[in-house]
Design a protein around this ligand. Structure first.
Ligand code: GDP
Length: 322
């Protein structure tokens, strides 16, 4: 499939002009292949990019000038660090057309499956303590997981445009459950318990590990885990461990970097979100055969909201067809 044959993506879902959403203003990509990571093969959405692009210099992209952050600089993405969905061929793309197909603030290339991304309806369905108790209607689902306080509830609310939907998962008795929210009556967002509570008793941590791992390994309708990582701070070991566990167990994963609006130096340990993200990627790359998809978000500015939904849509539509 070459670019000119791709359908135009459903621009009606965007509140911003399409050009700002479909291009990646903060990221350039390079065509050098550096030490491709080894191990792992199952993930159905990871395909090594096949490209005949000859560019080795960073491709000049229109950098969005944000007056609130004059320090923001483009980040380079090499071609082998892009996420190319299945049945997507970028070999006919020149650098500028490929750039236009990368979701803004991510390494994700859009495919022909990127459609029907809008959320029209969101309903809380149930809270389960075991994988076997989860809904059995066979609809595809995406699980959100991350360290407590990473911004998971805020992101869930932002995705469904409801201020308090995720509060349901925070009610007493439900924080340690698998909480299912049905979207548009045809797919699920799943809120999993936050991990890393310093004060959680040892038994609770053990239990949590057991049941969420069981869910990841045995939930046949799980299309992808969305692992939330706070981009305003340097990588934390517990998040790296989590990502590597998913990688080693070949559980399809998308990394969602949260709080990307927090750019003040003194608040984020002297590093910009882009730097923390790069460091995180570098630390986990050995656990993945190909680079997993990742995306920058902020629940304060809604950065990444439409992009996540479009990415979920392309994974979901592909999953439904196969
Ligand atoms: P959860 O424990 O993972 O569900 O996290 P919450 O959604 O409750 O958020 C934890 C804290 O981080 C709250 O104080 C939120 O206001 C704040 N927060 C969440 N998302 C963002 C974000 O994108 N940017 C900023 N600056 N703060 C956020």
């Amino acid at each position: 499939m070459i670019l000119s044959q791709l359908p135009r993506f459903h621009l009606s879902i965007f509140t911003k002009p399409p050009s700002s959403t479909l291009s990646s203003p903060h990221f350039n990509f390079l065509n050098h292949r550096s030490n491709p990571p080894v191990s792992l093969a199952r993930t159905i959405f990871s395909f090594a990019p096949k490209s005949n692009l000859a560019t080795v210099e960073p491709i000049p992209l229109p950098v969005v000038s944000d007056s609130s952050d004059l320090e923001e600089a483009p980040v380079e993405i090499s071609l082998d660090k892009l996420f190319i969905p299945p049945e997507t061929d970028i070999s006919g793309d020149d650098p500028s057309s490929l750039t236009a197909r990368i979701l803004k603030g991510s390494n994700i290339v859009l495919s022909k499956y990127a459609r029907d991304a809008q959320v029209a309806q969101a309903d809380y369905v149930k809270s389960s303590v075991r994988t076997e108790d989860c809904p059995a209607d066979g609809l595809p689902e995406f699980a959100l997981v991350g360290r407590s306080n990473v911004g998971k509830s805020s992101l869930l609310n932002s995705l469904v445009r409801r201020k308090r939907l995720a509060l349901t998962s925070k009610k007493p008795g439900k924080t340690q459950c698998i909480n299912h929210f049905r979207i548009n009556d045809n797919w699920y967002l799943v809120d999993l318990p936050g991990y890393g509570y310093a004060s959680a008793p040892h038994e609770l941590k053990q239990d949590w590990n057991k049941f969420t791992k069981d869910y990841f390994l045995n939930r046949s309708t799980l299309v992808s885990v969305f692992l939330l990582v706070d981009a305003s701070i340097p990588p934390k070991q517990i998040d790296l461990d989590y990502a590597s566990w998913l990688g080693q167990n070949q559980v399809p994963m998308t990394m969602v970097f949260t709080k990307c609006d927090k750019r003040k130096k003194k608040k984020n340990g002297g590093k910009r979100p882009e730097e923390n993200i790069k460091e995180f990627q570098d630390l986990i790359q050995g656990f993945f055969e190909t680079t997993p998809p990742w995306i920058m978000t902020s629940s304060v500015t809604n950065q990444g909201r439409d992009e996540i939904l479009l990415h979920m849509a392309q994974l979901r539509n592909y999953w439904l067809k196969h």
